[in-house]
Design a protein around this ligand. Structure first.
Ligand code: G6P
Length: 476
């Protein structure tokens, strides 16, 4: 039994089968895991997560009560209980409801032909989402000490707080959203009963946390305008006889541990390899999982426009774009990945010369190589259409060796904290993004270093342990 239980879809580890047939654990990716992994390690926290594939299911199946024995794996040391949710239920809850519907709504990603059909098939998927949330609520209810704190994470688990409250009224429950929150006029695209279920589900918690004021305000506006019977007063929402406090907890990076990680030999080795590839030219870096919200295609288009309108950069700049695979079970994500590669190919065909490769795209996820690229970048490009926070915008300046300029989308949560020293862009405005890249490349070294120093200070002001402590304290 644990005093603090974290619940999230993705946990700090995920297993794959090694060549010899054994199971190897790997660190999970994404903002949620990056934020929580360091915090949960070696503490009294129990982390409840879902088995994401067959190898995870096998690992979970071997553990008598689902608690994994992670000795010998480089997993950060958290206590983990992995839930073996039946594969069809998991697929529908994760792929259809969470990632194809709620993610799209919160990131305003629907285009008319792709707008949702809430039909009988979706209703079936929604039942899986309910079952998946119930499985988490059961597991947390079984694992939590009397009066314990349960911290439920993200859009996959918006029903779990209320379900947990029904099972264990003694618990103190928090919910935290790592994504943006959609404004009411977009959120109401969901059927009325789902609007009530999602908002009412989160309002089963004592505290609902968001990364920025903007997302918290959108949630409050949804409660106010779309949830019959809810009363919103300042930061409090009263609904179904109880009150939930809405809070803002910004998430930054732990500067010391990031720098320590970047000082290891595997990073130095990759830095040398990248240096050789870049060959003394200016370097523009981007690092993303290939998610529809990351806006990689427009970012590449902006780089193309930079080369087309400023031929003086030909032969003098290289763009390193790391686009790591994500959610490849979804057709939209596979098509998007293809669009990224097509755009990249076109740029290379148009501009490459025998001794200059203007664009290098890498897709194999290599964390030490990302860290090495941050240290070398002259310019870091982070241009999501919309993003809860975006930790790349924070990690880059912390690791920059000589100071990098940050071109940042105004629609990333991080823009609220980094606006003074980043070059902010409208992510849809390709021409203005190209211009910002040009200015960033021309920024005098002194100004660049000074801005980068202030960006790094802002990025490390709210390290994950403070972010997490803020959620726990809010429950006292
Ligand atoms: C990003 C978002 C999180 C989300 C995660 C899910 O990290 O910031 O809000 O939980 O993606 O990614 P996954 O790979 O688990 O679908």
């Amino acid at each position: 039994m644990s005093r603090i239980v974290v619940a999230s879809n993705r946990g700090p580890v995920s297993f794959s089968r090694s060549e010899g047939g054994g199971l190897t654990a790997r660190r999970g990716g994404g903002g949620l895991v990056s934020g929580l992994a360091g915090v949960a390690a070696g503490t009294e926290v129990l982390w409840v997560c879902a088995a994401l594939g067959d190898a995870d299911r096998e690992a979970a199946g071997r553990a008598p009560d689902g608690r994994l024995d992670l000795a010998g794996h480089d997993t950060g040391g958290a206590a983990v209980r992995m839930l073996d949710i039946p594969a069809p239920t998991f697929q529908r809850a994760y792929n259809s409801v969470a990632n194809s519907t709620l993610w799209f709504v919160h990131h305003l990603l629907y285009e008319t032909p792709r707008a949702p059909h809430f039909d009988a098939r979706f209703r079936r998927d929604w039942q899986s989402y309910e079952a998946y949330n119930a499985a988490f609520a059961d597991a947390v209810a079984q694992s939590a000490e009397p009066g314990a704190k349960a911290v439920v994470q993200d859009y996959h688990l918006s029903l779990a707080p209320r379900m947990l409250r029904e099972r264990r009224p003694d618990l103190r429950v928090a919910h935290f959203s790592h994504t943006p929150w959609a404004p009411p006029e977009y959120f109401r695209m969901l059927p009325d009963d789902l609007v009530i279920a999602v908002l009412g589900g989160i309002l089963g918690a004592d505290h609902a946390g968001f990364l920025t004021r903007r997302w918290a305000d959108a949630f409050l506006a949804c409660c106010d305008q779309l949830l019959p019977g809810a009363r919103v007063e300042d930061r409090d929402v009263t609904y179904a006889g109880r009150t939930t406090r809405v809070g803002v907890h910004g998430l930054g990076v732990d500067g010391r541990s990031l720098r320590e990680r970047a000082a290891r030999p595997d990073v130095a080795e990759r830095r040398e390899a990248l240096r050789a590839q870049v060959g003394g030219r200016k370097l523009i870096v981007r690092v993303d999982r290939t998610e529809l919200s990351k806006n990689i295609v427009r970012g590449l288009a902006a780089y193309r426009e930079l080369l087309a309108t400023h031929p003086e950069w030909h032969g003098r700049v290289v763009h390193l774009a790391f686009a790591y695979p994500s959610r490849t079970d979804l057709a939209e994500y596979r098509a998007y990945t293809e669009a990224v590669h097509e755009t990249a190919r076109a740029i290379s065909e148009e501009f490459a010369t025998p001794d200059w490769d203007p664009l290098i795209v890498q897709v194999n996820d290599d964390y030490p190589r990302s860290l090495a690229a941050y240290s070398l970048a002259d310019v870091l490009l982070v241009n999501p259409i919309r993003d809860g926070m975006n930790l790349v915008a924070k990690e880059g300046p912390v690791l920059s060796a000589d100071g990098c300029a940050l071109v940042l989308s105004r629609e990333a949560g991080a823009a609220a904290e980094l606006a003074d020293d980043a070059l902010l862009v409208n992510p849809y405005d390709v021409s203005k993004t190209a211009e910002a890249l040009h200015h960033a490349l021309l920024m005098p070294p002194g100004e660049r270093a000074a801005r980068c120093g202030r960006l790094a200070a802002a990025a490390t002001a709210l390290p994950p342990d403070r972010w997490f402590a803020g959620q726990l304290d809010a429950l006292d």
